[in-house]
Write a protein that binds this ligand. Sequence first.
Ligand code: NAG
Ligand code: NAG
Ligand code: NAG
Ligand code: NAG
Ligand code: NAG
Ligand code: NAG
Ligand code: NAG
Ligand code: NAG
Ligand code: NAG
Ligand code: NAG
Ligand code: NAG
Length: 654
Amino acid sequence: MAVVHDLNPVIIIPFVLLSVSLFNTSFSQSQAPPPDPAPAPASDSCNGVFLSYTYNSGRAIPPTDPTNQAYRFESTLRVVNNGRHELKSWRAFVGFNHRELLVSASNAVLADGNSLPDAVGNGAVFAGFPMSDLKSAVETAGDTSQMEVSVGLVGTQFGVGAPDVPMPLNISLVNDGYTCVNATNQGNRVMHVCCVIQDTNSNRGVNEEFLPRQDGDLIIMYDVIRAYDVNYWAQVSISNHDPLSRLDNWQLSFDWMREEFIYTMRGAYPYVVDTTDCVFGRQGQYYQDMDFSQVLNCQRRPTIIDLPPTMANDSNLGRIPFCCRNGTILPPLMDPSKSRSSFQMQVYKMPPDLNRTELAPPQNWKINGTMNPDYECGSPMRVSPSQFPDPSGLPSETAAIASWQVVCNMTQSRQAVPRCCVSYSAFFNDSAIPCNTCACGCNSNPSQTCSASEPALLLRPDTLLIPFENRTAEALEWADIKRRTVPNLLPCGDNCGVSINWHVLSDFKDGWSARITLFNWGESRFEDWFAAVQLDNAVPGFEEVYTFNGSVLQGSNNTIFMQGRPGLNYLLAETDGSNPRKDPRVPGTQQSVISFKKKSTPGIQVATRDGFPTKVLFNGEECALPTILPSKAPMISAASSIVGFLTLALLLLM
Ligand SMILES: *[C@@H]1O[C@H](CO)[C@@H](O)[C@H](O)[C@H]1NC(C)=O
Ligand SMILES: *[C@@H]1O[C@H](CO)[C@@H](O)[C@H](O)[C@H]1NC(C)=O
Ligand SMILES: *[C@@H]1O[C@H](CO)[C@@H](O)[C@H](O)[C@H]1NC(C)=O
Ligand SMILES: *[C@@H]1O[C@H](CO)[C@@H](O)[C@H](O)[C@H]1NC(C)=O
Ligand SMILES: *[C@@H]1O[C@H](CO)[C@@H](O)[C@H](O)[C@H]1NC(C)=O
Ligand SMILES: *[C@@H]1O[C@H](CO)[C@@H](O)[C@H](O)[C@H]1NC(C)=O
Ligand SMILES: *[C@@H]1O[C@H](CO)[C@@H](O)[C@H](O)[C@H]1NC(C)=O
Ligand SMILES: *[C@@H]1O[C@H](CO)[C@@H](O)[C@H](O)[C@H]1NC(C)=O
Ligand SMILES: *[C@@H]1O[C@H](CO)[C@@H](O)[C@H](O)[C@H]1NC(C)=O
Ligand SMILES: *[C@@H]1O[C@H](CO)[C@@H](O)[C@H](O)[C@H]1NC(C)=O
Ligand SMILES: *[C@@H]1O[C@H](CO)[C@@H](O)[C@H](O)[C@H]1NC(C)=O
């Protein structure tokens, strides 16, 4: 094999093809490792970051299943920095494509923050751990132990048995500014690639001591603020950078990689206080004299929750800036002081890390909550130490000892079921178009007594105030008045906890207006609620939102952002009617009117298109929109429409 790298690459290609077929017929029968697939010489010809993937061994594993056989595979990913500069926080992509389940990886973690085992059949990005930076030969006088890393991978794959070899599609370095060239297969068990800094302008941070901080939707900082030999204090700050999303009751979890445990915390608390892993584990043996009843949490993967506001001034647990809001993180423009959370924890380390300079952040971060987007968090990146205002009030800054940044971006991958929906109505149509049938899901029970596919029945607008389960009589009566046919199996409800009525209220030569009503059908109230409405063509004419505090979203030309004014920042829960025996339950409501001028939106078609939103968010969650708009009939039954609207307005005033 050693001759291969000396050959001109043009000649290599046929040679590779030839050697593939040779392997197929001779070696792979037994799946024994080939004599020496080490591509060491190939790395020498790469003056950048050399990546290789070597398949070492594999075998069929139970159960026996000719149609879907599982196999164990063991392989090695090598990353060698042959470039001129240090490679900070290396991240390498491996294009797995045999439904692989990765079970273990040495010297690396998954960069998307998932813990192992994890399904990686669509490829995976690895990040170095504990050694995340690869120094250059120049800096280390060619010390390979600091220049390269070997990641041992063990996992399960499906369907590729001897003589075939489950190789990934491709491998590459995903660090900014690098491009990978000269991808080569050596035999059928080795592939390698050379990644070089492409554009010297974009080699951000290659000469800096630390990587530049990244942007993202949610940023978590892990700042070590005090360090001792056996323990350190870390401050964790979570800040929301997305204008339209929020978290409620956040839950944060991560993996300790070096057997650390949490001795104490301020500003947040572990979801379970559990020290059994320490008492029965290595920690208990090492810290013989420690009173583990004082220790908070020894789980390898703890879940951290925020403290309630009542703890904010607690001398043991609170007194941390931005702590203790029951896990609520608002969009930054609503209230910057409520758009971040932070807490501190004292972390005990284990040998061999008992040195105040041995610091490693936990990995595999995940954050979620009851009302939140799905976030995917990257692995922690070492960044320049954060600066904090001096705690004693002196006009100086204190720097963290070491800082890591975890960037979490929202993912649209999972088709989450909406939790709110929109109904439409308009002054020119006496029927309201309710939320879509099953807008927020329906149970798929066959014995169901409603249809999940029939469109919702048009309603008299005031019927929108009645809980869905008590609307049937009104809906049928209205259908009868309007001479509409009703399906045998009536449509199911929307099942949304929150619904929003958008009512086009007026349309004049110079301007138009809409009324927005929020309904809470749930059992709990929403504090600090917000809503955002996207109107594709109308926002340049935005004039005013009455009752609510509303404005055009900064940096946007199509979205209006609304929140309750002080005192109206609660959307109350559903309550009993005044006479519970006779009256249906009453939703919590908030209502406002939005006015627009037409001068800056010439040609706007309010009634047929532009007066209705194209996207509506409530507390950051996207609401389901109706599929049809109210249409303008040639003849308007003015009387009944006015009665309907007056009733709605009156009921809301009560
Ligand atoms: C890639 O291969 C070409 C020859 O085909 C060679 O000139 C070039 O230096 C190689 N690039 C790297 C980064 O090794
Ligand atoms: C790997 O290959 C796949 C398919 O060939 C391609 O879509 C993908 O962009 C490649 N990924 C990287 C990181 O090069
Ligand atoms: C997260 O999003 C920001 C832009 O909002 C982007 O610059 C960054 O690369 C993203 N990070 C990841 C890990 O996808
Ligand atoms: C905590 O103390 C601050 C300042 O002394 C005060 O404004 C705040 O109301 C207190 N919070 C609670 C929950 O007691
Ligand atoms: C905090 O959140 C919990 C759980 O959702 C809830 O039961 C409690 O009422 C909240 N407390 C406050 C003060 O909002
Ligand atoms: C701690 O680490 C530093 C730097 O790696 C080293 O110089 C020092 O000897 C170590 N101290 C102990 C007690 O191991
Ligand atoms: C959030 O994540 C934790 C732990 O990962 C999990 O136990 C919890 O059920 C999740 N909560 C929600 C609302 O998804
Ligand atoms: C809003 O801005 C986008 C790009 O920033 C532009 O394409 C679009 O035409 C603008 N829309 C209006 C109504 O001005
Ligand atoms: C209205 O909201 C803006 C931010 O969107 C805020 O700066 C302002 O103080 C709020 N006004 C009131 C009266 O709440
Ligand atoms: C409304 O519907 C619920 C559920 O079906 C029922 O329990 C309740 O009695 C109804 N209320 C009225 C006033 O009809
Ligand atoms: C109201 O709008 C709906 C939906 O577009 C339409 O089916 C109905 O005929 C309209 N009713 C009147 C009176 O215009």
